[in-house]
Design a protein around this ligand. Structure first.
Ligand code: ADP
Ligand code: ASP
Ligand code: MG
Length: 408
């Protein structure tokens, strides 16, 4: 008998018929003898609809009330799924995040899970019930409803699996696994049988939205075997696990991620002296704006230029702030650009191979794509390019690294 946590995303529970199909799948596992805990998302489009309602009232609604609002989406699906399970003859109980004591901090809209009390869930499982938990939400110490950030149901599922010591956490979605890149952009993308936590973490943090970053962090930290699979068809999916040295040699590049959510800011003509980077970037961070890629250049005349990227939603705030800093520092100008994208190649094989960057730059050059910024880590190379070249760049890189071919 295994204890399995299954997570079903928005499309997988997008209609009543889909919810009935999920109930059938869960019931089959239950009848086969597994203990099953299910985490569900809101029906697809529902979270966006709720956010839309709020924005009709206020441009920046109170974050506590926002969480009360958007957490309702998941409350609908837990109840409907339990009804469908009961209709299929399976005993099932639904719980909101707060009810099963998914304790979080109080950072509304991006709360972090601190603790889960698994007692209630274990009692239900021992009594032969399927337990259905609302994804994406928890409650803080004072009992306020919190949410975990967009895509947060993945994190609920992994955190439940860690807390319950589950044998596997299965993420059911609308693709049959993790691909070499988003199959909606490159039709030739190939499903990976396996990927390491480390690679998956880079893919997720570089923009691949198949799994929420925090869910991968959690899975790596608690070594939860994680599998991404389709809720629409049978198949092995993709297993995300620790690096396996016995494996055949890994490809140098495992996947390509991209991110359309960032914007670039440049401040030119600032003095090249100690403390200037702190004055510029420290002030942006202090305003709670997350900074991603940073590049600094110094010209012959000893004036410096700093370029960095932020989330597009933060561009206006960041640029207002930068204008102010520019006037304090006597800078020449501030420039902003929200028509940029970040494209990254990711692979643990990069550690032991030279020439990967050269291949990347050569293939972008051959397409006439200008690279604006470059940043690297041990297992990733990221470039910032003009947005209109995104698909061309991803396709060119996918083919340059032979990702569409079958595994060697
Ligand atoms: P869910 O609603 O089930 O959480 P998501 O929309 O969050 O589903 O994630 C699934 C989507 O992720 C797929 O439809 C696919 O377009 C996208 N995606 C992005 N990168 C990848 C990748 N490397 N492999 C597979 N899917 C990817
Ligand atoms: N419903 C939430 C969202 O759309 C959480 C999730 O689906 O994982 O972001
Ligand atoms: Mg998702």
């Amino acid at each position: 008998m295994s204890l399995i946590v299954q997570k079903y995303g928005g499309t997988s529970v997008g209609t009543v018929d889909r919810i009935k199909a999920v109930a059938k799948k869960v019931a089959a596992g239950h009848r086969a003898g597994d203990k099953i805990v299910v985490a569900v998302s809101a029906m697809s489009g529902e979270t966006n609809r709720l956010i839309g309602l709020a924005s009709e009232i206020q441009e920046q609604p109170n974050l506590r009330e926002m969480d009360v609002l958007v957490s309702t989406g998941e409350q609908v699906t837990i109840a409907l799924l339990c009804m469908a399970l009961q209709d299929a003859g399976v005993e099932a109980r639904s719980y909101t995040g707060g009810q099963v004591r998914i304790l979080t901090d109080n950072a509304h809209g991006k709360a972090r899970i601190q603790e889960i009390d698994g007692h209630r869930i274990h009692d239900d499982l021992d009594a032969g019930r399927v337990v259905v938990v609302a994804g994406f939400q928890g409650a803080d110490e004072a009992g306020n409803i919190t949410t975990l950030g967009r895509g947060g149901s993945d994190t609920t599922a992994v955190a439940l699996a860690a807390a319950l010591n589950a044998d596997e956490c299965q993420i059911y979605t609308d693709v049959d696994g993790v691909y070499t890149t988003d199959p909606r952009v490159v039709a030739e993308a190939r499903r990976l049988d396996k990927i390491t936590f480390e690679e998956m973490l880079e893919m997720a943090s570089q923009g691949s939205k198949i799994l929420q970053i925090r869910s991968v962090e959690f899975a790596g930290k608690y070594n939860v075997p994680l599998r991404v699979m389709s809720s629409f068809e049978e198949g092995p999916g993709t297993l995300i696990s620790l690096e396996d040295d016995d494996q055949m040699e890994k490809p140098v590049v495992s996947g390509i991620a991209f991110n359309r959510d960032e914007a670039k800011l440049t401040i030119r003509g600032i003095p090249d002296q100690p403390g200037v980077a702190y004055k510029v970037l420290g002030a942006v961070s202090a305003a709670n704006i997350e900074i991603d890629v940073i590049v600094q250049n110094v010209a012959k005349d000893n004036s410096a230029t700093i370029t960095f990227t932020v989330h597009r939603n933060d561009l206006k705030r960041a640029s207002d702030l930068l204008e102010q800093i520019a006037s304090d520092l006597g800078a020449i100008e501030v420039d902003t650009d929200d028509r940029i994208v970040k494209v990254s190649i990711v692979g643990v094989g990069m550690r032991s191979h030279a020439g990967v960057a050269a291949t990347m730059f050569e293939s972008l050059a051959a397409e006439g794509i200008n690279i604006q910024l470059i940043t690297t880590s041990e297992i990733k190379i990221t470039v910032v390019i003009e947005e209109r070249y995104l698909e061309l760049a991803v396709r060119a890189l996918h083919s340059a690294f032979g990702l569409e071919q079958s595994e060697a």
